[in-house]
Design a protein around this ligand. Structure first.
Ligand SMILES: C[S@@+](CC[C@H](N)C(=O)[O-])C[C@H]1O[C@@H](n2cnc3c(N)ncnc32)[C@H](O)[C@@H]1O
Length: 206
């Protein structure tokens, strides 16, 4: 199991507010939990979990009655959504979906969450997208929601590299689907145009 890299760990810590209780769900070795002073959870007892954080063996947040802050990081977007659906609902969520951040953002917006802060962290040749959300109506939709409303309006130091990387990747997929999958090709074209427009408005389009 890969543990959070230092840059991602820093981003999680930065976005995590001080609280009477922080629960790090799926804490793995417990390094993020240690940095946050959080309670670490895992589905099964973890032999290599560090000994200087408190551990709870649990599926998601199930044993907790009230969770002021939950960190759910380094998992798939559907896994994160499942944990939140089973509840209880935390007052603040700090999440990182390693596979599909746009899907997670759309799911959060459709399920009564508003994204209130975001951060990028270089990891494995791309950028991990860390999202903080609170209960409330989403103030973003469409591709702005998908690509991160707080990222797109903010000044994250990695935003330029992240958008360029995502735009180039999307263009490659757009080219690869030409003549093979018309619906996906059209969707990818919309995404590439959205990203190009945002890069151009910032003066970042090469
Ligand atoms: C890839 S590791 C990520 C570890 C760390 N959170 C990070 O950000 O690097 C995912 C961890 O989540 C745990 N996990 C997955 N689903 C879980 C659940 N429903 N409840 C508790 N832990 C879970 C797995 O056992 C695994 O250790």
């Amino acid at each position: 199991m890969k543990r959070a890299g230092a840059a991602r760990r820093d981003a999680l810590v930065r976005l995590c507010p001080a609280a009477s209780l922080v629960v790090d769900v799926g804490a793995d070795h417990g390094h993020v939990a240690h940095a946050l002073g959080a309670v670490a959870t895992e589905r099964r007892p973890h032999r290599s979990g560090r000994g200087d954080v408190p551990w709870v063996v649990a599926d998601g947040l199930a044993p907790f009655r009230h969770v002021p802050v939950a960190v759910i990081a380094g998992m798939g977007a559907h896994t994160i959504a499942g944990i939140l659906t089973r509840g209880p609902r935390p007052d603040v969520l700090v999440a990182h979906a390693q596979d599909d951040p746009p899907w997670l953002r759309r799911w959060l917006a459709a399920n009564g969450w508003r994204i209130d802060a975001e951060a990028l962290a270089p990891e494995a040749g791309r950028f991990a997208e860390v999202v903080r959300a609170v209960p409330g109506a989403s103030d973003a939709d469409g591709l702005t929601l998908a690509y991160g409303p707080r990222l797109l309006e903010g000044d994250d130091p990695h935003l330029r590299a992240h958008l360029l990387h995502t735009w180039r990747y999307t263009r490659r997929l757009h080219d690869a689907t030409n003549g093979r999958d018309p619906a996906r090709h059209a969707t990818l074209g919309d995404h590439a145009a959205f990203l190009a427009d945002h890069l151009a408005r910032r003066g970042w389009l090469p």
